[in-house]
Design a protein around this ligand. Structure first.
Ligand code: NAD
Ligand code: TYD
Length: 338
């Protein structure tokens, strides 16, 4: 069976491609990735040789119909796992256009190709952020109305609605996963956890937005990837499935945990200007996927954070190369007047 993974050179995509190749010998992977600032070909280096005939990479834009159609012409695709996206909330606040292009128009192009080439199933990797923000209590369930608050989450919610329309209108076999904040190896060091680890290692300030009391639910990327594959193979068509890590943490508590684990002083913490429209809290009710597919997260946050810190320590050249390139300019702009 041929699986098209889009965004396979990004954080979650890399982990997913590696998991499929290592654990599902019946599956071959075609990885379509534009290699934006967030896509890193180093992440998938050596996979062609390690898995002969089972892995191929194509550089291309999911929002370009000619590019996408050419992929489907060349390969008989049985399953699409769409992870290609612009994924960082802060960047979407700076410039929304590319988020709408990739996260909405790109999905439309992929959906049209899935219909045209009669793909067996289309899985959209969405996010808990489509539900908006919670107060102190409650959890997101799949039947809540979508109330996105950032250009990023609005673009992801738009894609979810478009998929619903294709399911209803064209009877497309599609499923959606909505997951909480991921962490683990290969995460681009602009997101909270790898940014804080890298800054702490370099004895740089750790910029905490607002009062640091915002809450996220954290899931190890391996657990997320296993859930994606469970939904792809056994999820009910037309359904959305929440996933979470059962690990609600205030940002400041995570930052402190990282500093303690790395034996760095808390004086590195710097409270900076809050993110505009900053969602207060995300928490997931994932009883549906637990009940229907038997999926649940396996990695505890404490264990996962420790192994993630170890990964960033062992792979320092990986993130140093990233931080010395284009990202440097972004970092200076983003944190200049905070
Ligand atoms: P990422 O930013 O690390 O990677 C995105 C990848 O998509 C990159 O390799 C990039 O080159 C590629 N890409 C971007 N635009 C493209 C285009 N037009 N055509 C082809 N490829 C393109 O993102 P991530 O954190 O790995 O997230 C993957 C998916 O999971 C996204 O859809 C995101 O919305 C979703 N998600 C992420 C999280 C999280 O915590 N990171 C949580 C829930 C859902
Ligand atoms: P992030 O990793 O950007 O994920 P998301 O916004 O999609 O949840 O941010 C996680 C939390 O950490 C969020 O509440 C914003 C906060 N944060 C900081 O306090 N400082 C930072 O430098 C970053 C990048 C995030």
């Amino acid at each position: 069976m041929n699986v098209l993974v889009t965004g396979g050179c990004g954080f979650i995509g890399t982990n997913l491609v590696r998991l499929i190749l290592a654990e599902h010998p019946d599956l071959s992977v075609i990885n379509l990735d534009l290699l934006t600032y967030a896509g890193n070909l180093e992440n998938t280096a050596g996979l062609e040789e390690a898995y002969p005939g089972r892995y191929s990479f194509i550089r291309g834009d999911i929002a370009e119909p000619d590019v996408v159609n050419a992929v489907f012409e060349r390969h008989k695709i049985d399953l699409v796992l769409n992870l290609a996206a612009e994924s960082h909330v802060d960047r979407s606040i700076e410039a929304a256009g590319v988020f709408l292009r990739t996260n909405i128009m790109g999905v439309q192009v992929l959906l049209d190709a899935a219909l045209k080439y009669k793909v067996g199933r289309f899985l959209q990797v969405s996010t808990d952020e489509v539900y908006g923000s919670l107060g102190q209590d409650g959890r997101f369930t799949e039947d809540l109305p979508m109330k996105p608050n950032s250009p990023y989450s609005a673009s992801k919610a738009s894609a979810d609605l478009l998929i619903r329309a294709y399911i209803k209108t064209y009877r497309l076999d599609a499923v959606i996963t909505r997951c909480s904040n991921n962490y683990g190896p290969y995460q681009f060091p602009e997101k909270l956890i790898p940014l804080m680890i890298a800054n702490a290692l370099e004895d740089k300030e750790l910029p905490v937005y607002g009062d640091g009391r915002n809450v996220r639910d954290w899931i190890h990327v391996q657990d997320h990837c296993r859930g994606i594959l469970a939904v792809a193979s056994r999820g009910r068509t037309g359904e959305a499935y929440n996933m979470g890590g059962n690990a609600e943490w205030e940002n400041i508590a995570i930052v402190r945990e990282i500093l303690t684990a790395m034996r760095k002083p808390e004086t590195l913490i710097k409270y900076v200007k809050d993110r505009p429209g900053h969602d207060f809290r995300y928490a997931m009710d994932f009883s549906k996927i637990e009940r229907e597919l038997g999926w649940r997260p396996g990695v505890t946050f404490k264990e996962g954070l420790k192994s993630t810190i170890d990964w960033y320590l062992a792979n320092r050249p990986w993130w140093e190369r990233i931080r010395s390139g284009d990202y440097l300019e972004y970092y200076e702009r983003m944190y200049a007047d905070r």
